[in-house]
Design a protein around this ligand. Sequence first.
Ligand code: SF4
Ligand code: SF4
Length: 356
Amino acid sequence: MTLTHTASLDQGKPKFSELLAQPEVRQRWEKVRKYFFLRESTYDMSNRCNLRCDGCYYYEGEKQFAVENSSVEAWRQLMRDEKKRGITYVVLAGAEPSLVPERLEVCFQEIPLGSIATNGLKKIPESVGYKIHISVWGNDETSFRVRKAKDLLIKQIDNYRNDPRAVFVYTFTRNNIDEVREVAGGLVAEDCRLTFNVFSSPVGYAGPLRHDEESLKRVQAAMMALLEHYPQNVLFSAYNAMAHTHKSSLHDLYTCLYPRQNRSQDLGLGRSFRQYRADLNWDRSAACCVPDTDCADCRHYASGSAVVTARLFRHAQESATFKSWLDYVDTYLAVWVMGYPKGENLCAEPVSPPGT
Ligand code: SF4
Ligand code: SF4
């Protein structure tokens, strides 16, 4: 999550002060801008997983072959070096990070803002105070089919019920759209919070989970219905739904700034973002938050947290798109930052991304 704090507007468009004229808009701007200091990098904590899911991006490409560095002190030193480099936010992913809790502990001790992507089968110790994103790919029947995991949702809820770190991330594939009501109802009954992801195909993947235009429209309708139905538990906005289910990918809509797509090393993500493998090496040419994802199909929630939020300037040309952008940033801070409360959305209807 890397925001930009430069905004200069086109002539003839409203001045920035005019966009902030409504008190609730100004308040939201003041609330989100405090987080412009966030500078992320991501880290594969392990190359092992206790599941093997169809469509997993980790086991595509070369990263799965990195030899794990199991020295806790090497991880501590990496975090210290990262802090010196200006990194203020870490995304710990994998394969499965819950299998290496001692590495998570040292990361938290050195850089206390961050999040962990986990399948939720094994509980991460409460002493690790990061946000925890628990991946949900459908109901238990679907999880068994796609992830070979029995009673997965029950185990995930048992591990993370009443845990302020936890956000359940429902990944919409082409095949699980109708199940989301049942799954969301079950999570809300346990007072869990949830957000949405959209399956983005790994390079070369042509399997049944890949979306088409029709499935993306159905996903958007399902997101909007649940947002309306469970406004307290669903961390999302109408603009999130629009951006992630558009027929064009995030890269086509906003131009991705992660190094894998962006050659410039001058500013923001291009300068600071790295994606470390489990052996603590990194490769600029492959660096993004979801490497080995097909950029033409990239609608991943983690990508949006940087790709959309970094585009303040494009959204600050008009009131409805600016409010939508504020909703988007507010949503992502609530999903990614401990203690950040989601505000009421400013824009109830999906507006089109700028330039479309
Ligand atoms: S749980 Fe995550 S890392 Fe493990 S196989 Fe499934 S998608 Fe891949
Ligand atoms: S996969 Fe997504 S986040 Fe990664 S480089 Fe491509 S467009 Fe950017």
